[in-house]
Write a protein that binds this ligand. Structure first.
Ligand SMILES: Cc1ncc(COP(=O)(O)O)c(C=O)c1O
Length: 400
């Protein structure tokens, strides 16, 4: 299997955002793309086969969500996460980001507040703002000694107590800092939400991407009681590297809350689904587990290689091992560059396209997000280039 993940795949000219949008995003087509959160690996064979079989039938008509699809979700979460889902709790959705936006519309009125925990995946901000709701920031605490992040639960309580606060968007595991929230943290979140009558939408799209040497991921819903106002967003798209297929699931035990979400989707006529998404989604959950286990073993090696190399050989840059996700959060603050200079340094002097930390909120200033979901050879090249640029032609600092 290792050979499979080592295999370089040419993704150029496949309408890949990661590869084919480089000129538009970085101003150069030749940066090594280690940004957008998809991986450069072939999806599990079972997924490719299911898609090919569906494509072989030449009618691509309007498609429904088959019962077998719902069952694949139920089985996956029971077996993999010890979480029992009932069939009628599931609402299929066109993606997790659209679900975040829909949650703002369903559970907060225009002008009301939605709590997010920055630094965090940018659509957590944009879904709130674009839906006309107010962002309430509950920044994570960054421990400068260990480099680890944790929740500021005291401040979360203050945010939740605001009369306009309606919804909390949890990112679990957390993108970009890679935390798997502890049971204690998750239980505290549920208690705060309960005390202040907040709905929680827990984005657990990265729940399968966890490392065997780190704490186990706990689904928030598996810790919740029947009265908790909880919406869980999941998808196999990150787990089996098929996010372009665009499909996800919401699990909402409480009927009124489920109907409120459904009403938002219905108001936009979003009940339709794509025949390929259905085929890929179900095949991933049904047959993808062995591939996923191999993937995580490979990513663990990538993670350890990056961790060791960055901390030993790249002066001014530090990183920690993420507990989940295939994203690493590089602390570049000691390089002494502002965010514009930092981005320019990596694009122009290094030739690498990463996500600037500042796009995850002001708390991400001075950081860069590196996607390690690629053959190790790519990461060797990336780190060698950074090392060379740091030792050779260190750029002038601080000039935008
Ligand atoms: C935390 C998180 N949520 C959602 C998404 C995207 O979800 P979707 O493609 O289903 O809209 C991503 C993609 O990077 C993500 O990291």
């Amino acid at each position: 299997m290792k050979e499979l993940f080592d295999l370089p795949l040419d993704r150029e000219n496949t309408c890949s955002v990661k590869f084919d949008a480089r000129k538009a995003v970085f101003g150069r087509e030749d940066v090594i793309p280690v940004w957008v959160a998809d991986m450069d690996f072939a999806a599990p064979e079972a997924v490719t086969r299911a898609l090919a079989e569906r494509a072989a039938h030449p009618v691509y008509g309007y498609t429904l969500f088959p019962e077998s699809l719902y069952q694949s979700i139920i089985d996956w979460f029971r077996e993999r996460h010890g979480w029992e889902i009932q069939r009628d709790w599931i609402l299929m959705a066109p993606g997790v980001v659209p679900s975040l936006h829909a949650a703002c519309m369903a559970y907060a009125a225009p002008g009301e507040g939605v709590i997010v925990q920055p630094p965090v995946y940018p659509p957590f901000f944009s879904s709130v703002r674009l839906s006309g709701r107010e962002v309430i920031e509950n920044p994570l605490i960054h421990d400068h000694e260990t480099g680890q992040y944790r929740m500021d639960l005291e401040h979360l309580e203050v945010c939740a107590a605001r009369p306009d606060a309606r919804l909390l968007m949890l990112c679990s595991p957390h993108n970009p800092v890679g935390r798997i929230w502890s049971e204690q943290e998750l239980t505290a979140v549920l208690a705060i939400a309960r005390r202040h009558e907040l709905t929680v939408i827990s984005d657990e799209i990265h729940c399968d991407l966890t490392f065997t040497d780190k704490p186990r991921h706990r689904m928030l819903a598996a810790l919740a009681g029947p009265d908790d106002a909880l919406v869980t967003a999941v998808a196999p798209s990150k787990s089996f590297n098929m996010p372009g297929l665009g499909l996800s699931a919401l699990v909402i035990p409480e009927r009124d809350r489920r109907n409120a979400m459904k009403a938002v989707f219905d108001s936009m006529h979003l009940q339709q689904c794509n025949p390929f998404s259905v085929a890929g989604f179900e095949a991933g959950y049904r047959y993808g587990a062995p591939w996923l286990d191999d993937l995580m073993a490979y990513l663990q090696q990538n993670r350890d290689f990056v961790l060791q190399t960055v901390n030993a050989r790249l002066p001014g840059i530090q990183t920690q091992a993420p507990e989940g996700t295939y994203l690493m959060w590089l602390d570049c603050r000691s390089l002494g560059m502002n965010d514009v200079a930092l981005k320019r340094f990596f694009v122009e002097d290094v030739g690498v396209g990463m996500n600037p930390g500042i796009s995850f909120g002001e708390q991400g200033s001075g950081f860069m997000r590196l996607n390690i979901g690629c053959p190790k050879a790519v990461l060797i090249d990336v780190l060698q280039r950074i090392e060379a640029a740091l030792s050779g032609n260190r750029p002038a600092t601080d000039q935008p």
